[in-house]
Design a protein around this ligand. Structure first.
Ligand SMILES: [Zn+2]
Ligand SMILES: [Zn+2]
Length: 391
């Protein structure tokens, strides 16, 4: 239950500052509790949720002991003491700083805690585990980080697949100091304040508390002569360009995972993955419906009535599409296998939708012919509105 505290801002819930006095807490709570009370807001689920949240916030903050636990925990987590991915000078390279933890480890390890589940116990347990770091194995090789990037593709590139260069900037171990953060020829020394554990323990009332050492910021080591190239961080942003094959058939907004193309792992660990989000531009002619390629084919009325064969573009060359005599406007004709390539082999279909283009102006000869046609059509018994609208 208490680990949920870390995700909650009880001060914000009550609308007070973190330095609020007990009096201010009480006042804020009373006012909110009055306004949000279920009796006053019957059937208002949102008010009820807020009422519960406010009550919980008050229960913790009005109890000085719980409040100080809560404050401590928030301070630690706000400092990013845990779960900062990647490596860090000293700590990450095997000396056992906080960076070897992630939250999953912490809570997993503390689950067997014997005490009443107080936050102090959970944290105390985990810090003690960390403080006994001499025997802890922290040399587990770490997989490289995943890298996110994006690329813009043309419609046809995305449909057919394309090889693109991707420029990526990502943090890598500094090449000058090999990630130690110390000037070449020097090395980080063990922090005398925490004896290299990165943790300072102190007792406060009933609880034993541990917190990151301030002298070494929890890394367990001190750098006297920082590396000039990375200013002691051990990290450099490196830009690299890799060539990536985008498979055919990707859609706009799709995120592609390229296994092992992310950051290199440390100490021989596997590399992370590269995720590429693809943006696909529209095409003037083609649209897509899954693996099918769509297009609208402008035709004349007479072409629909008499039938014709029209040359139509595809992703690869043109193809003759037969429009049968008597084709209705708006009908879709299917050309098998001329759509978007499928990853499983083969391709979708090309869907050609015919759309009548009406001439904006006719010359006299055509108009005259059309008048004759209209008469013949009527005489032939064609009624476009037969059976329409109840007629
Ligand atoms: Zn460096
Ligand atoms: Zn220290």
């Amino acid at each position: 239950m208490n680990r949920e505290w870390l995700e909650k801002d009880f001060y914000k819930e009550l609308g007070i500052s973190s330095g609020a006095t007990q009096d201010e807490i009480k006042k804020a709570y009373r006012k909110l509790a009055r306004d949000l009370h279920p009796d006053k807001n019957p059937g208002d689920a949102a008010a009820e949720e807020r009422f519960k949240a406010v009550s919980e916030a008050h229960a913790v903050l009005s109890d000085p002991e719980k409040r100080s636990e809560y404050d401590e925990a928030r301070k630690l987590f706000a400092n990013g003491g845990f779960g900062r991915g990647g490596f860090s000078p000293g700590g990450g390279y095997g000396q056992g700083g906080f960076n070897d933890f992630n939250l999953g480890d912490i809570f997993g390890g503390a689950a067997g805690s014997t005490a009443d589940g107080g936050l102090g116990d959970i944290l105390g347990g985990l810090f003690n585990r960390g403080a006994g770091g001499a025997t802890r194995t922290s040399t587990r090789p770490r997989r490289g980080s995943d890298v996110e990037t994006e690329t813009n593709l043309g419609f046809r590139e995305a449909a057919q697949g394309v090889t693109v260069p991707l420029r990526m900037t990502s943090p890598s171990p500094c090449t000058t100091c090999h990630g130690s953060g110390a000037k070449p020829g020097t090395s980080p020394r063990v922090c005398p304040h925490c004896n290299g554990t990165g943790v300072i323990s102190r007792n406060q009332g009933a609880f034993g508390f541990s917190e990151p050492c301030e002298d070494c910021r929890g890394t367990g080591s001190i750098i006297d002569d920082p590396c000039v190239d990375c200013r002691g961080t051990g990290i450099q942003n490196r830009t690299r360009t890799i060539t990536v094959r985008i498979p055919p058939g990707v859609r706009d907004g799709q995120r592609i995972r390229l296994a092992g193309q992310g950051e290199a792992g440390l100490r021989g660990a596997p590399a992370g993955d590269l995720f590429v989000t693809v943006h696909v531009s529209n095409d003037k002619v083609f649209g897509r419906n899954g693996d099918d390629l769509t297009l609208v084919l402008p035709v004349s009325y007479s072409e629909l009535v008499l039938g014709t064969t029209v040359s139509v573009p595809t992703l690869e060359g043109r193809v003759g599409v037969k429009v049968p005599a008597g084709t209705a406007d708006g009908r879709t004709l299917r050309v098998r296998g001329r759509g978007v390539p499928k990853r499983s082999g083969g391709a979708g279909d090309l869907l050609v939708t015919v759309k009548v283009a009406v001439p904006p102006k006719l010359d006299e000869e055509a108009a005259e012919a059309l008048r004759h046609y209209a008469e013949a059509e009527k005489a032939g018994g064609f009624d476009p509105r037969a059976g329409w609208a109840g007629a």
